[in-house]
Design a protein around this ligand. Structure first.
Ligand code: SAM
Length: 246
C-alpha cells in the first residue's frame, strides 16, 4: 500500500467518525448563507456530503486520488450528482478536481474557472506527507518560513503554508473564507496568535471565531500528531476552532 492509499484508508475512518457525530453538519451550518463552496482538501468526502445535504454546490479539490475515489463513491451512493463541468455547477452538485492547491497548475488552469461564495479549508492543516518534502519545502521558504522553523516543526509549517494559500485564494476570488482546525485550546480575538495577522495581511473586514468541544478518532483512524508527538489513544478530546473571515 502506498502512503497515499494508507492515508485515504485511515482518514476515511476518522472522517466517518466525525460525520456520524454530526460534526460536519455543525460546520456546514456555520456557512449556510454561502451557496457555492470551494472545498480545499475534501479528503474522503464525508465533509462534502454534509455540504451537499445542507444545500450547497461544491467544487472539491484534493491532491490524493485515493481520497477522491472514496469521496466519489460516497457521494454517488448517497444519491447526489457529480459533474465534470467545473464551469457550470448546479445546486447540490459537486465537481471533484484532483490537484495540489500550491501548484501553479491550480492557479492557472482551475482557479479562473471557479466562482465560489466561500472557500473552506477544514482540517487540512493537520495533513503532512514526507513524500511532499522536495516540493513543499521550497514553497514554505518562498512563503517566508526559515529552514530552522521548518525543520523544528514541519507539520505546523505545512499547516501555515496551506492556510495562507487558502486565504490568498479567497482574496483572489473576493469571497469569504472558513478555516477549521483541530486544536487543544479555544481561540478568541484576545489570544489569537495567528488568524488575526492573516485578516490584516489579506485585508479581510471581519473575523469571527467559533470554538466547539468535540472528540477525534486517532487510533483506528488517521493518528493525530500534536507538537510532533503521535497520539495513540482511541478518542482524543479536541476543540474545533472555526474562523470565518469576510
Ligand atoms: C485531514 S484531511 C481533511 C479532509 C476534509 N476537509 C475533512 O475535514 O474531512 C486533509 C486533506 O487535505 C488534502 N490536502 C492536503 N494538502 C493539500 C494540497 N496542497 N492541495 C490539495 N489537497 C490537499 C489531503 O490530501 C487530505 O485529503
Amino acid at each position: 500500500m502506498t502512503e497515499k492509499e494508507k492515508y485515504a484508508f485511515e482518514w476515511n475512518n476518522s472522517a466517518k467518525y466525525f460525520y456520524d457525530n454530526n460534526r460536519y453538519k455543525h460546520l456546514a451550518a456555520q456557512i449556510k448563507k454561502y451557496n457555492t463552496v470551494l472545498e480545499i482538501g475534501c479528503g474522503t468526502g464525508q465533509s462534502t456530503l454534509a455540504l451537499l445535504e445542507a444545500g450547497h454546490s461544491v467544487v472539491a479539490i484534493d491532491q490524493n486520488m485515493y481520497c477522491i475515489d472514496k469521496a466519489k463513491n460516497l457521494i454517488k451512493s448517497s444519491g447526489y450528482s457529480i459533474t465534470e463541468n467545473i464551469d457550470d455547477i448546479s445546486s447540490q452538485t459537486v465537481c471533484f478536481v484532483e490537484c495540489d492547491i500550491t501548484d501553479k497548475k491550480f492557479e492557472q488552469d482551475i482557479l479562473p474557472k471557479i466562482f465560489p461564495d466561500i472557500v473552506i479549508c477544514w482540517n487540512v492543516g493537520s495533513y503532512w506527507d514526507k513524500a511532499k518534502i522536495n516540493d513543499a519545502v521550497p514553497k514554505m521558504i518562498e512563503y517566508g518560513l526559515t529552514p530552522e522553523q521548518i525543520s523544528e516543526n514541519i507539520e505546523s509549517s505545512y499547516c501555515e503554508l496551506i492556510i495562507w494559500r487558502a486565504c490568498a485564494i479567497a482574496k483572489n476570488k473576493q469571497c469569504a473564507i472558513h478555516i477549521v482546525e483541530r486544536g487543544e485550546e479555544k481561540i478568541t480575538r484576545f489570544n489569537d496568535p495567528y488568524y488575526f495577522l492573516l485578516k490584516k495581511e489579506f485585508r479581510f473586514k471581519t473575523i469571527k471565531y467559533i470554538n466547539t468541544k468535540a472528540t477525534t478518532l486517532s487510533k483506528g483512524g488517521r493518528q493525530l500528531i500534536t507538537n510532533g508527538i503521535v497520539n495513540t489513544q482511541n478518542e482524543i478530546p479536541i476543540i474545533f476552532i472555526s474562523v470565518t473571515m469576510t
